[in-house]
Design a protein around this ligand. Structure first.
Ligand code: NAD
Length: 369
C-alpha cells in the first residue's frame, strides 16, 4: 500500500488538548520514522480558542484543512470561558457536531480497555475484572432516534405531546454491520450485536440485516445477538466475555459510556468516528480522546496523554490500515503502564507519578522495545 506521506489535520483545541496532542505528535512521528512512512501534521484552530481567535468554533480555514487531509486528529474542546455562549455557538456544538455531519462520520468506535495493572481503578468488584478486559463498542452514529423525522413538540387535545422517530434504512445497518464484522474478523473473537428485537421493528430489521451480512460475507465470525437491557447487565457481570459489540445510535450512546465507566480511567480511552472508505483498509475519520478538555487540570502538565496517543494509534489502524504501527504504539503504552508509570489520574501507592511529557517520552522510548 502507498503510505509515503499521510496528511493529517491536527486540531488540538482547548484545555489539556494542546498538551496531550504534543505527546501524541511525538509518538506518531517516532513510529513513522521507525516504520518508514511520513506524516504531514498540519495544525488548525478549533473550539474555544478558534472562537477567540477567528470568531467561530469551526472556522472555514479549519474545515478546508480537514477536507484536504486524510484524517483528523482531534484533541478536545470547551471550557468554562465559553459556556455562556448560545448553545449552537459553543465549542462542542459549533465544531464537533458539524465536523461529524460534514464528513458523514457514521461509525463511532470506543474501545473500553481495563489494563490488568489498573483494575483497582474500575468500580467493579475485583473478581469480575481480574486480569483486565478489552471491549470495542461500535456505535452507529448518523441514524436512529437522534435524527429521524418527524420530530416535534406540540399541543394536542389540550396537552403537550413530544415525538421523536426512530428510522433505520437497510443500507445504514448494512454499512455499520460490514465494518463491525471486518473489525471482529481481524480480532478473531466474534461479534455481539445489541438490539431490542422483542419490542422494536427497527431492531427486527437490524437483526435481520446483521445476520445476513454475517452469513453472506463473514461466515467465519461467530455472531451473537443480545437484547440491550440484557447487554447492560452482562457487561458488568462478565466483562471478560465480550470483545466487539455493535449497536445502533441511542443504545450505543448509553452502552459506550457504561463500558468506559467500567474501566475507571477516562484519560486512557481513545475513540474514532469513521466515514467513507477510500480504499480497502483506508477510511476517513476523526480520532479523539473519549474525555473532554479537563479544564480543572489544563496547563499544569499533569494530564494523561494516553487517550490522545491511542487515538493516534486508532488513526493508523482504522484510517490507514497500518495495523502493526498501531500495535507498536499500543504495546509501548502497555509497557509504560507495566513499568509503573502513572499520571495523577491513575496514580496509586507504590507507582511512579509522572508528568504529561514524561509519560509521552517513556512511550516513545518503548516503541519497538
Ligand atoms: P472531562 O472529561 O473534561 O473531565 C472529567 C474529569 O476527568 C476531570 O476531573 C478531568 O480532570 C478528568 N480527565 C479527563 N481527561 C483527562 C486526562 N486526559 N488526564 C487526566 N484527567 C482527565 O469532562 P467535563 O469536566 O465534563 O468537561 C469539561 C469540558 O470538556 C466541558 O467544556 C465539556 O463540554 C468539554 N467536553 C469536550 C468533549 C470533546 O471535545 N469531545 C467531550 C466531553 C466534554
Amino acid at each position: 500500500m502507498e503510505t509515503s506521506t499521510l496528511k493529517i489535520a491536527v486540531l488540538a483545541g482547548d484545555g489539556i488538548g494542546p498538551e496531550v496532542m504534543a505527546e501524541a505528535g511525538k509518538v506518531l512521528q517516532a513510529v513513522a520514522a521507525q516504520d518508514g512512512f511520513t506524516l504531514d501534521l498540519k495544525e488548525g484552530l478549533v473550539g474555544g480558542i478558534a472562537i477567540d481567535q477567528a470568531g467561530k468554533a469551526l472556522p472555514a480555514e479549519t474545515l478546508r484543512l480537514c477536507e484536504e487531509s486524510e484524517a483528523i486528529l482531534f484533541g478536545s474542546v470547551g471550557g468554562p470561558k465559553w459556556e455562556a455562549l448560545p448553545a449552537q455557538e459553543q465549542p462542542e456544538r459549533g465544531a464537533l457536531l458539524p465536523l461529524r455531519k460534514h464528513f458523514h462520520l457514521y461509525a463511532n468506535l470506543r474501545p473500553a480497555v481495563c489494563y490488568a495493572e489498573l483494575v483497582s481503578a474500575s468500580p467493579l468488584r475485583p473478581d469480575l475484572v481480574a486480569g483486565g478486559f478489552e471491549i470495542l463498542c461500535i456505535r452507529e452514529l448518523t441514524g436512529g432516534l437522534y435524527f429521524g423525522q418527524p420530530r416535534y413538540t406540540r399541543q394536542e387535545n389540550g396537552e403537550l405531546v413530544a415525538v421523536d422517530t426512530m428510522v433505520y434504512h437497510e443500507s445504514e445497518i448494512r454499512r455499520i454491520a460490514e465494518l463491525a464484522f471486518r473489525i471482529a474478523r481481524r480480532r478473531g473473537k466474534g461479534l455481539v450485536s445489541v438490539d431490542k428485537a422483542n419490542v422494536l421493528d427497527n431492531s427486527l430489521l437490524w437483526r435481520k440485516v446483521v445476520r445476513e451480512v454475517g452469513q453472506q460475507h463473514f461466515p467465519e465470525v461467530e455472531l451473537k445477538h443480545l437484547l440491550v437491557d440484557n447487554a447492560a447487565m452482562q457487561f458488568i457481570r462478565y466483562p471478560r466475555s465480550f470483545d466487539v459489540v455493535v449497536t445502533e445510535n441511542l443504545f450505543g450512546d448509553i452502552l459506550s459510556d457504561e463500558l468506559a465507566m467500567m474501566t475507571g480511567s477516562i484519560g486512557m480511552l481513545p475513540s474514532a468516528s469513521l466515514g467513507a472508505q477510500r480504499e480497502a483498509g483506508r477510511q476517513f475519520g476523526l480520532f479523539e480522546p473519549s474525555g473532554g478538555s479537563a479544564p480543572d487540570i489544563a496547563g499544569k502538565g499533569v494530564a494523561n496523554p494516553i487517550a490522545q496517543i491511542l487515538s493516534g494509534a486508532m488513526m493508523l489502524r482504522h484510517g490507514f490500515g497500518l495495523d502493526s504501527s498501531a500495535a507498536k504504539i499500543e504495546q509501548a503504552v502497555r509497557k509504560a503502564i507495566r513499568d509503573g508509570l502513572r499520571t495523577g489520574d491513575i496514580w496509586s501507592e507504590g507507582t511512579a507519578r509522572v508528568s504529561t511529557r514524561e509519560m509521552g517520552d517513556a512511550i516513545v522510548r518503548n516503541l519497538g522495545a
